[in-house]
Design a protein around this ligand. Structure first.
Ligand code: PLP
Length: 321
């Protein structure tokens, strides 16, 4: 099925010279086959990484200089903030901004998220693209089937392919996609020199996931809409966030204790982290993110199970809220 899995780390030279593939830290055929499929989805040149964070790290090392500032969307994936703070020692500064409006003036790189995980705001991509700094849009949750950031003026579309692209919670991977070939080459150079390289197994699993992406996403989205409707009228649920696309929902119960009881109460839905996989997952995010989000916030990643079974599970868990 699909491209063969080639785990080679090296390939023989052709008439004494390196051919298209010579050493897997630069490129390997299974990775390139996966990148071609990913590039077609987002409309650009894709590069694969061993994680979403590997992709972000490569982007920051390539585009930012010491003393530079990243404008990060408020409420975006908390790992981005933690990474950028960690890179403070290398001269990376970070400011957060409301991504539904224009980014601040004096910044060198803009990182928005569509939609932001877990507050689920959507960025104003037009306002971001009007800024002179390059714009990176993490579209992990939207997926290229619901948003193609390069068509909205972003320089880089970025995904944690660990989530819905691979879709089965059995691989960690990341992707960047650019229209500009020179930018792709600069990212590739950083990736190769730093060794931020996805294995052939990773590439094979991501590519296999893409074959069912469309049907998985359609089903997950339809179920998400049903659950959102019912959560909205549930008496223990104070706020429901859903951007109208994709599989991710967040909702608030009264407080952190109530959220803890609900997450421990689910039986069909897994009480686990991550999102985008075939099995639904629920998690109170306060344990990770602290006061940047409401204490009673629960993040629900809707999977492929029967929607009525999922609702029955949520309903019984919510009786403990
Ligand atoms: N971007 C978003 C929106 C995420 O949710 C995550 C992980 O949860 C990441 C990036 C990081 O991806 P990875 O865990 O593949 O490194």
């Amino acid at each position: 099925m699909g491209a063969p899995l080639d785990r080679s780390a090296t390939w023989p030279y052709e008439q004494g010279e390196p051919g298209r593939f010579s050493y897997a830290r630069a490129d390997h055929p299974t990775g390139v086959a996966c990148e071609e499929a990913l590039g077609a989805l987002d409309g650009g040149h894709a590069l694969l990484y061993p994680s979403g964070m590997g992709a972000v790290t490569t982007v920051v090392l390539t585009l930012l200089r010491p003393g530079g500032t990243v404008a990060l969307a408020e409420g975006a994936y908390y790992g981005h903030r933690v990474l950028l703070d960690h890179l403070g020692g290398w001269g990376v500064n970070v400011v957060e901004f409301d991504q539904t409006a224009a980014p601040p003036d004096d910044v060198d790189l803009i990182l928005v998220e569509a939609p932001a995980n877990p507050l689920l705001t959507m960025p104003d991509l037009e306002a971001a693209a009007g800024h002179p700094a390059p714009v990176v849009c993490d579209a992990t949750v939207a997926s290229p089937l619901r948003l193609r950031p390069l068509e909205h003026g972003c320089e880089i579309a970025l995904h944690s392919a660990t989530k819905v692209l691979a879709g089965h919670d059995d691989v960690v991977a990341g992707v960047t996609v650019t229209r500009d070939e020179e930018l792709r080459d600069r990212l590739h150079l950083t990736r190769r020199l730093a060794g931020i390289v996805a294995s052939a197994d990773t590439a094979w699993l991501v590519r296999r996931g893409l074959e069912t992406l469309e049907v998985r996403l359609a089903r997950q989205e339809e179920t998400a809409r049903t659950l959102v409707e019912r959560l909205t009228s549930h008496r223990s649920v104070e706020v429901v966030r859903y951007p109208g696309i994709s599989f991710l929902v967040s909702f608030d119960v009264a407080d952190g204790d109530a959220a803890g009881r609900v997450e421990r109460g689910v039986r069909v839905i897994e009480n686990a982290t991550s999102l985008g996989g075939t099995r639904s997952k629920l998690e109170a995010r306060h344990r990770w993110e602290g006061d940047r989000i409401p204490a009673g916030l629960l993040r629900l990643s809707v999977g492929l199970e029967d929607p009525e079974q999922l609702w029955a599970d949520l309903e019984q868990a919510l009786t403990q809220a």
